[in-house]
Design a protein around this ligand. Sequence first.
Ligand code: B12
Length: 386
Amino acid sequence: MKISYIPTMKDQNTPRMPEFPVRLLTAVPLCDGHDSAVTTVNQELIRQGFEIVYMGYHRSAEDMVRSAIQEDVAALGISSYNGGHIEFFKEVIQLLEKAGRNDIGVFGGGGGTITPDDVVIMKQYGVDEVFLAGTTFESICNRLIELYGNKKVVLQGVSTDTALGQMLTAVEMKLKDRPKAGKRSKAKVIGFTGPGGAGKTTLIDEWVRGALMENPNIKIGILSHDPSSISQGGLLGDRATMIYSQHDNVFLRSMATRGKQGGLSPATEECLQWMVSDEAGFDLVLVETVGTGQEALPFTSDLIDTKVLVLHPEYGARLQLQKILMLEVADAVVVNKSDWAGATRALEEVKRQVEMRGCEEIPVFTTKASEHNDQGVVKLRNALSV
Ligand code: B12
C-alpha cells in the first residue's frame, strides 16, 4: 500500500485547478497550538488558487465537521503535531459518516509527529492522504487537485446544513438549472461593513453569543466575506475569529469575493435569497463584508434591512471621516475598540460628522466587542435586533 504522497517529480500531467477554485477547510485539533505549519501550507495553497476556509487551532472534531458541511468544502485538512492523530482523524471520519457526508475527504499532515506506520492505519480507516515531513508544496497542491478537483453538487432544498451548504455552492458555481429561492421569511437581515481591522468579525461573534444566551432557540445565518487573491484563491479566515458562531444553531458560510469589487461576492445576492427563504428558517441573518474603503457602498440589496458601519478609533485625521460615504447611508455607526487611546475623541468626531451631513438620525454607538457582555454591544443589539 502506498503510505503517503512522496513527490516522484515525474508529474508530467500536472493537474490543473478547475474553473471554480477547490474549497478546502484546514484546522488544528484540540489541545494543539502548532499553527505555523498549517499557516504556511495555507499560504501556498492560496497562491496556487485554492480557497481555504481556515478555522485556526484548538478545534474539536465536532466543530470541524459542522464547519466542513456548512462550508460544503471538498475536503478537510488537519494539521496535527501534539499526538493523538490516529484517534482524532478517526473521530472526524466517523462524524462525517454519521452526517451522511463521507463525500467530504479528509487529509492532513504533521511533520515528524505522524509516522509512516501511523499513516498505514489512518489510510485503512479512510484518510485520503497524509503529507509527511519533506513533501514539497508543489506535490501537496498537485495531489489535492487530483483528489478533490472534481466536486459534485447535489441539490436537495435548503432545510439542513448539508442542503443549504450545497445550494450555496451551486450558486457560487453558477450551476445551470439551479432552482430559485422561495418566499422570503421574517428573518431580519443586518449588514456589517467597515475598514479591515475595525473588529467586524469579533463584533458579530459577540452579537451571536449574546443572542444565543438570550434565546437559545434562535437560528442565525451568517454570510462572511473575505477577498479573493490575485491567484483566484483566497484565505477565508473568519472562522478562526468566530468562536461562539460555531454552534449548531448557527449556519456560517465564508465567501470569497471572486473578482467583485466593493466588499461582497457576485454570488452574495442569490445566496442571501436562499438564506432568507422560509425553507432555510433563520430568525436573523448577518452579512459581513470584506474590509472596505471610503468609497464603498456595499449594501444595495433590498434584502438587507439594516446597514451598520463599524469603524475603529484610528481612522486618521478628521478629514478622513468626511470621505466615508457609508456615514450618510448607514442605519447605525459603531466606533469599536472603545478601550483604545483616542476612542472618546473618535466618538465625538464621528457624531459631529454625522450631524454636519444632516444625518443626525443615524445613531452612533461605542463598543468593545472583544469583551463579553460589553454594554455597548448589548445596546447596539437591543437597538437593532428583532
Ligand atoms: C515549530 C514548533 C513549535 C512552535 C510552534 C509555533 C506555532 N505557532 O506553530 C513552538 C515553539 C511554539 C512549539 C511549542 C510546543 N511544541 Co513544538 N514543534 C515545533 C516543530 C519544531 C516544527 C513544527 C512545524 O511547524 N514544522 C513546519 C512544517 C511546515 O513542516 P513539517 O512539520 O515537516 O510539515 C510537512 C508536512 O507534514 C505538511 N503538513 C503539515 N501540516 C499540514 C497540514 C495540511 C493541511 C497539509 C496539506 C500539509 C501539512 O507540510 C509540511 C510539508 O513538507 C516540531 C518538530 C517537528 N519537526 O515536527 C515540534 C513538535 C511538534 N513540538 C513538540 C512539543 C512537545 C511542543 C510543546 C508541547 C513543547 C512544550 N513542552 O511546551 C509545545 C506545545 C505548543 C502547543 N500549544 O501546542 C513535539 C511534539 C511531540 C509529540 N507529538 O509527542 C515536536 C514533535 C518536537 C519534539 N520532537 O519533541 N513547537
